[in-house]
Design a protein around this ligand. Structure first.
Ligand SMILES: *[C@@H]1O[C@H](CO)[C@@H](O)[C@H](O)[C@H]1NC(C)=O
Ligand SMILES: *[C@@H]1O[C@H](CO)[C@@H](O)[C@H](O)[C@H]1NC(C)=O
Ligand SMILES: *[C@@H]1O[C@H](CO)[C@@H](O)[C@H](O)[C@H]1NC(C)=O
Length: 662
């Protein structure tokens, strides 16, 4: 990766749509109250709350697993996961300079949690299950001071650590059957634990919160209750709520100035509860419920909800809500206060970030993201103002410039493999793994048309003719089918059976008389769409993932698992040239610029590459993806490039403008 990336100019990353909501307490408000900090893949993102501008901290080699911000705001620390048998890095970042201050390497396989001491003197780190140790680091010297196994042998794994607010020598750890207060003995380079006495209570603690005065600390458990422990005596003070426990466990906790607690739970609820008896004072769900959605519509996203089993093509208004949709939104994993807590931010497993005020307790969705692999991306014809992406459960339409989600079409539990806009802009057509083709209106997400049993092993590729009258689809069984589309009905025109395996990509020629399909069977076939016969076939020892017509339409380029980029003649299928597309990993997405001079590729090596078409040379590289790139598109006016990845991220890059004026 490094070799490729260093030799050529880089493509500037403009925006990232994505948030890893699975990292517990991964979302933080910086003490400057102007920025939020959160993980996405191997990147730590700093986002301005005012302008939305993002800064990216690149340095980890695998998923970021925890983030901590020092009290002064001077440092950010992040830990990562890695493979078994390898060391997982901790990086301390200089917040002002946005660069690496120190890289601390000791823990095996995973860094579970991190916490700064109140005066930025020390950082304490907790290793994951295969490591099980706690290490205290000296921030100034960037060295480890001492370490210790996190929990007693008889106890389970430790899951979280938290420094006290006033004392650089005292921190707390908690986990499965373990709750300890630690004291740092700097002179002897030792940390000494004292077990807290919780009597008969057997709990798995997931999160810790220590109010500013350091008198007590709170601990949220997987059983859905909260323990309050005296930090001086280390005795259990209270435990609750006794009756209505928090469903699916307490994931995250924050104490407000009033003494009340904000509790985020695994069922997706955010509750404000009394710090005395832990009874809920008020709560809000981050689930999609009808009332909640209605409030969102005016301010943010339009949701459209369609049941996968639906056979009706009409009667789906702007908003059909089903209670079952609640499962989509995921548990609350982060709560973070802005300043004194008049306002706070909440992150969920479903990769959403909300902002709430203490007074009205009304959630405003400030960032949304796909929470599973993004499969495809498409721009409408001739405009780059918006684009659509698809993934498991949904299709989303985004405003390009602001990265705001405009529309979400939800079809729960099934995956949209591919999509596109009709050239007249009146519909979005889409290919789903339940074997159906669905056509929606792009403004409201209303279902216009559904083709049942379009393919037997899922619809895997789709394209529409430029006259908007036909759809060509490909399936997991290898068939290519041509459909005539009417206002609210359709007709199967032809089935073309030559591919022996999944059809991965379809492109239609501008005169609608020919198309090309790429398949996992090692063939790309050029079809006559008038007589429905094969014109040409190119064969290679690869799974073809992608094919593109050069705008002049005399040549096609192909790529796939063999990492080669092939150029072929359309009229006789002969090979023209072959390029080494990547040093490692399949190429999954490819797109040619409108002028035909350049093309982009992306794949399992996570690098976006811009190639000169006739020189066959890489001119620019984009580094920033944390997961395999699944698809790439150059936007219609060649201002930007959008790439999608398997970790659920969408990245927008600046298309090098010098290339537009050649
Ligand atoms: C908690 O630890 C005990 C051993 O002390 C172990 O038997 C149990 O499986 C652990 N529970 C979880 C959920 O990890
Ligand atoms: C989606 O799948 C989950 C788990 O398999 C199931 O409980 C739920 O009912 C499904 N939702 C819909 C709308 O089919
Ligand atoms: C990294 O994160 C992605 C997406 O969240 C996940 O699919 C992948 O398994 C993770 N990798 C590791 C090593 O945990």
């Amino acid at each position: 990766m490094a070799e490729d990336a260093q030799e050529v100019p880089q493509i500037a990353l403009e925006a990232v749509i994505g948030f890893n909501g699975h990292v517990f307490s991964g979302l933080k408000v910086h003490p400057d109250k102007e920025h939020i900090i959160y993980p996405l893949g191997c990147t730590v993102i700093i986002k301005s709350l005012r302008s939305g501008k993002q800064t990216f901290l690149h340095g980890h080699t695998n998923n970021v697993s925890c983030i901590s911000v020092s009290k002064s705001g001077r440092y950010i620390a992040s830990g990562q996961v890695t493979f078994m048998g390898f060391k997982a890095d901790i990086i301390i970042w200089d917040y002002e300079k946005k660069e690496i201050y120190a890289r601390l390497v000791l823990h095996k396989a995973r860094v579970e949690d991190l916490s700064f001491s109140p005066n930025d003197k020390y950082l304490v780190s907790l290793g994951g299950q295969d490591d099980g140790s706690i290490v205290v680091w000296n921030i100034e010297s960037k060295e480890a001071i001492c370490g210790s196994p996190a929990s007693a042998q008889s106890a389970g794994h430790c899951l979280t650590i938290e420094y006290t607010n006033l004392n650089d020598e005292i921190f707390v750890s908690a986990g499965n059957g373990t709750l300890r207060v630690w004291e740092l003995d700097l002179a002897n380079r030792k940390i000494r634990p004292t077990e807290c006495q919780t009597g008969q209570l057997k709990r798995i603690a997931k999160c810790l919160e220590i109010p500013n005065d350091d008198n007590y600390f709170y601990c949220g458990t997987t059983s859905g209750d909260i323990l309050k422990v005296n930090l001086k005596t280390m005795l259990l003070n209270s435990c609750g709520p006794v009756k209505q426990k928090f469903s699916k466990g307490v994931n995250t906790l924050k104490v407000l100035k009033t003494g009340d607690l904000l509790v985020g739970s695994g069922d997706g609820m955010l509750s404000l509860c009394s710090g005395g008896n832990f009874k809920t004072i008020k709560c809000v769900t981050t689930f999609v419920s009808s009332s909640f959605l209605c409030s969102l519509i005016s301010s943010f996203v339009i949701y459209s909800f369609i049941l996968p089993s639906s056979h009706s093509t009409t009667n789906y208004g702007l908003l059909i809500i089903c209670n079952r949709s609640v499962q989509l939104e995921g548990g609350v994993t982060s709560v973070t206060l802005r300043g004194d807590g008049q306002q706070f931010y909440v992150g969920t497993e479903a990769a959403q970030i909300y902002s709430l005020g203490y007074i009205d307790f009304k959630p405003e969705l400030i960032a949304t993201n796909h929470n599973s692999a993004v499969k495809d991306v498409a721009f409408p014809f001739g405009t780059s103002e918006l684009f659509a992406t698809c993934s498991q459960n949904d299709i989303r339409v985004w405003h390009t410039e602001s990265s705001k989600e405009l529309l979400r079409i939800m079809v729960p539990n099934i995956t949209c493999n591919a999509l596109g806009f009709m050239q007249d802009g009146r519909s979005i057509f889409s290919a789903w793994n339940d074997g159906k083709i669905r056509v929606f209106t792009p403004e409201s997400g209303k279902l216009k048309l559904i083709i049942h049993n379009a393919h037997s092993m899922g619809v895997t590729a789709i394209a529409a003719t430029n006259d908007c009258k036909r759809i060509v689809s490909g399936g997991g069984e290898g068939q290519v089918r041509v459909w005539e589309i009417f206002k609210d009905s359709y007709r199967l025109i032809e089935i073309m059976k030559e591919h022996k395996a999944t059809v991965n990509c379809i492109k239609i020629k501008s005169n609608d008389k020919e198309c090309v399909t790429a398949s996992s069977d090692g063939a790309c076939i050029i079809w006559d769409l008038v007589r429905f016969v094969r014109n040409q076939m190119v064969l290679s020892n690869t799974l073809f993932n992608v094919v593109c017509y050069h705008p002049e339409e005399f040549q096609i380029i192909t790529s796939g698992t063999d990492r080669k980029i092939g150029y072929w003649e359309v009229y006789d299928g002969s090979a023209i040239r072959e390029l080494e597309g990547s040093l490692s990993g399949a190429i999954n997405g490819m797109h040619i610029s409108e002028d035909g001079k350049y093309f982009v590729t992306g794949g399992d090596d996570k690098l976006l590459k811009l190639w000169h078409y006739s020189d066959g040379e890489v001119t620019h590289v984009g580094v920033g993806h944390s997961g395999s790139i699944t698809n790439v598109r150059i936007c219609p006016n060649s201002r930007c490039i959008v790439s999608t990845s398997a970790d659920g991220a969408i990245l927008r890059w600046r298309y090098p403008q010098t290339l537009n004026h050649e």
